[in-house]
Design a protein around this ligand. Structure first.
Ligand code: PEP
Length: 245
């Protein structure tokens, strides 16, 4: 049982249509009646097409909305297919995920991530900054050096980190059903907390109601970034319930 303030962030990735928003209604209803609701923050990060309708739907709730990425330039520009942080804020986003491994894999560099974070902060969005090592880096025992580099370059010249949440997402854990050993995970979260003081540190990677029975014993985690399981409102609610049981 915990009374700690926890974040539950739903990353829907490239899934969801207007009809998917019905499932959020169940989560809104659950949150209203949940006794521990003062101790948690739910943030939905749907695809950009759903930010506006979801923000209308959640207007009277305590649930916030985030985007999954943004362009690094905060003003308008000739960047076909891109959306900047200002445009996301304009349609209801309060947060934005930056540095997700799927985008790093697609070519996003630490330098670009740093630019995006600065631009989104300037716009007034809060940041969910993802870091994590690949299986190859882990096998070579480079996890700590990889994380240090991602943190150093991603947060370069950003003094005020109060609007930054860090999500530790080992790449080998995303979508695989595998989670780190609890002891290893607790040590890594501690390592990150010492590197970036005063930031909330979340865990992400195959979080589901079953493995939450284990994860909830890691006391230094400030919440979860949930991919696949967040699209199923029952699973998402179960993750929240189990955290507080
Ligand atoms: C993610 O992509 O941020 C994630 C955590 O995915 P999953 O929960 O599906 O592993």
């Amino acid at each position: 049982m915990t009374n700690k303030y926890m974040y539950f962030i739903a990353n829907w990735k490239m899934f969801g249509s207007l009809s998917s928003l019905n499932s959020v209604t169940k989560v809104v209803r659950f949150l209203k009646n949940f006794k521990k609701n003062k101790f948690l923050k739910i943030i939905y990060c749907p695809p950009n097409t759903l930010i506006y309708p979801l923000s209308k739907k959640l207007m009277k709730s305590r649930i916030d909305i985030g985007a999954q990425n943004c362009h690094e330039q905060e003003s308008y520009g000739a960047f076909t297919g891109s959306i900047n942080s200002f445009m996301l804020k304009n349609v209801g986003a309060k947060y934005v995920i930056i540095g997700h491994s799927e985008n790093r894999h697609a070519g996003e560099s630490d330098k670009m991530i740093n630019k995006k974070i600065k631009s989104a902060l300037k716009t007034g969005l809060k940041i969910i900054f993802c870091i994590g090592e690949t299986i190859h880096e882990r096998r070579k025992k480079n996890t700590k050096s990889v994380l240090s580099k991602q943190i150093r370059l991603g947060l370069m010249n950003i003094k005020n980190k109060k609007d930054i949440i860090i999500a530790y997402e080992p790449v080998w854990s995303i979508g695989t059903g595998i989670i780190p050993k609890l002891d290893d995970l607790s040590k890594i979260i501690y390592f990150i907390k010492r590197k970036v003081r005063n930031c909330k540190i979340l865990y992400g990677g195959s979080v589901n109601p079953k493995n939450l029975d284990k994860l909830k014993f890691i006391k230094n985690i400030d919440g979860y970034l949930v991919g696949g399981a967040s699209q199923d409102s029952k699973k998402f609610i179960d993750i929240i319930k189990k955290t507080y049981n």
